[in-house]
Design a protein around this ligand. Structure first.
Ligand SMILES: [Zn+2]
Ligand SMILES: [Zn+2]
Length: 331
């Protein structure tokens, strides 16, 4: 039964905890288990998830909103403003909707909610002394601004033909493979950037803003300090190196910006009228927010297992993380 806890200490910490040990991408397990790999990728790509929602948004925005590349050869207020809106509106709609359903309307009560506590109000750690307002400010102010600047630079370089731009019609196989690999690239980039941010100095002045959220909510996803966002969004510059289409950039953008809304929402699944409608939260990353020095990456590429920082959700994982933390700070 997924709800049973190893002991009282664990029970006191969580409202709900998925079965442990947490599973990581079976692609990296030896001997190979094709069935598990198929189920892993089917679960990610063929259901409503933190991956397919960004893909759907990317397709719609790319087809209907993104200005043609010819218009973006020179920096002009019109298209730059459009790109900014392309960031702000979907982010607000998705994070706002999840926040409303889970924390205001309390549509599914405590079902599949990891943390026992509600989001924080009247707490001086947060900007405006309110967790949600703090998170909205760092998302819409800091994250959306940095993301817009980077995207505009990339689109401008593409528009001027200074890097190869591929079309889906001319290079369908490459285009699809590259689409499928974007989450893997993002995961790889995220691990190393995130690891860097846990360097004590950077942590104290920069990454601590994201970690104010020990108990996370939908708006916490990319609630980051300006400097953190300057690192975090460098992932997009891969499109100046790897031949891409603007649609690749769009998918990358929404994957990078919208999927953290789901992974930080604090609930494992979204439930309406007793039916599970989407996979959402990510206990793997929830553990990072609770215990800090573990699970720096994602479950997509098992860097944490390889480097000994994997917390599998169990009591033993907590003990191990605490020992690692002590060692880090007494060096
Ligand atoms: Zn962190
Ligand atoms: Zn986080």
């Amino acid at each position: 039964m997924p709800h049973d806890f190893a002991n009282d200490a664990e029970a006191a910490r969580w409202n709900y905890r998925p079965p442990q040990p947490l599973t990581l991408n079976p692609l990296f397990v030896w001997p190979p288990n094709p069935r598990a790999v198929w189920q892993w990728y089917r679960g990610a790509w063929l259901m409503i998830t933190a991956l397919t929602v960004p893909l759907a948004i990317a397709l719609v925005i790319w087809a209907l909103v993104l200005p043609p590349l010819e218009q973006m050869k020179t920096f002009q207020f019109g298209w730059i403003f459009t790109v900014w809106m392309m960031n702000v509106i979907p982010q607000t709609l998705v994070a706002g909707a999840l926040h409303w359903w889970l924390y205001m309307r309390r549509g599914q009560g405590m079902q599949k909610k990891f943390d026992k506590r509600d989001l924080t109000r009247k707490n001086g750690t947060f900007t405006f002394s309110n967790q949600v307002l703090d998170n909205i400010w760092w998302t819409l102010g800091s994250a959306m601004s940095v993301a817009t600047v980077y995207q505009c630079i990339i689109l401008w370089v593409m528009a001027n033909g200074w890097v190869p731009v591929v079309s889906f019609a001319d290079h369908p196989v490459w285009s699809l493979i590259w689409m499928a690999l974007i989450p893997t690239w993002s995961s790889l980039h995220f691990y190393w950037v995130h690891r860097l941010e846990h360097h004590p100095r950077l942590y104290k002045h920069v990454h601590a803003v994201h970690h104010r959220n020990v108990n996370v909510g939908p708006w916490s996803g990319i609630s980051n300090h300006w400097f953190e966002n300057m690192f975090y969004f460098t992932t997009y510059f891969v499109h100046l190196v790897v031949p891409s289409n603007p649609l690749h950039l769009m998918f990358h953008v929404y994957f990078q910006q919208i999927s953290p809304v789901f992974s930080h929402c604090g609930f494992e699944k979204l439930i309406a009228k007793d039916a599970e409608i989407a996979r959402s939260g990510d206990f793997f990353h929830q553990l990072h927010h609770r215990y800090f020095e573990c699970n720096y990456g994602t479950s997509e590429i098992p860097f944490d297992r390889w480097f000994g920082t994997f917390h599998d959700g169990s009591e033993a994982g907590t003990t191990q993380t605490r020992a690692h933390k002590k060692q880090m700070y007494t060096r």
